[in-house]
Write a protein that binds this ligand. Structure first.
Ligand SMILES: C[S@@+](CC[C@H](N)C(=O)[O-])C[C@H]1O[C@@H](n2cnc3c(N)ncnc32)[C@H](O)[C@@H]1O
Length: 170
């Protein structure tokens, strides 16, 4: 019993240092308070189709739909456990018609209908996604990141909360 507890504690501690673009990073997430600030900075409203690339437990897209009335939201997540958890939460909240969770590598995701793309990922993953965003997103699409920045034209920032808003250029 003691060794099981020690193992759980070890996994928990290790997960703190695993990078947030890894499927093994369970404790890096955006909470409801931050999700609200993100939606406010991106001015999400009822015309928006919001994508979260690496959507974790889905908190950000759920906030976008529940509180900011986004037309539609899509979470792209590679980790089957988090896909299952977020699908259960969406189902429980009765938001299944507006929120879609896709189990997929975000490099392969079809993102062209997005008007807002959110990412909480490490700089290496953001840099890797940059060409895809520039190729597939419409000019004017808002891109919003948490903690780490992406190399795109910066429109607004909330330094205190480490939230950055960018726009896909023409
Ligand atoms: C830091 S967490 C952010 C979760 C969520 N966006 C949030 O803000 O709470 C990063 C997420 O990206 C997922 N992820 C990492 N690489 C991925 C990939 N190639 N394709 C899809 N999801 C990926 C991880 O499983 C993890 O859930």
């Amino acid at each position: 019993m003691l060794s099981l507890l020690a193992l759980i504690l070890l996994i928990f501690l290790l997960s703190m240092i695993w990078p947030p673009n890894s499927p093994w990073s369970p404790f890096w997430r955006t909470n409801r308070k931050r999700s609200r600030l993100i939606c406010k900075l991106a001015k999400i409203g009822n015309e928006d189709v919001v994508f979260d690339l690496g959507s974790g437990d889905g908190e950000m897209i759920i906030t976008a739909v529940e509180e900011f009335k986004a037309k539609k939201a899509v979470g792209v997540e590679i980790d089957p456990l988090r896909v299952w958890i977020s699908k259960m939460i969406v189902l429980f909240k009765g938001q299944g018609r507006k929120i879609k969770i896709v189990r997929q590598n975000f490099f392969d995701a079809d993102i062209k209908e997005a008007t807002v793309v959110f990412m909480y990922l490490v700089p290496k993953a953001l840099a890797g996604l940059r060409p895809k965003l520039l190729k597939e997103l419409k000019p004017g699409t808002r891109v919003i990141t948490f903690v780490y920045k992406i190399d795109l034209p910066l429109i607004k920032e909330d330094l205190k909360n480490e939230i950055y808003l960018f726009k896909i250029p023409k």
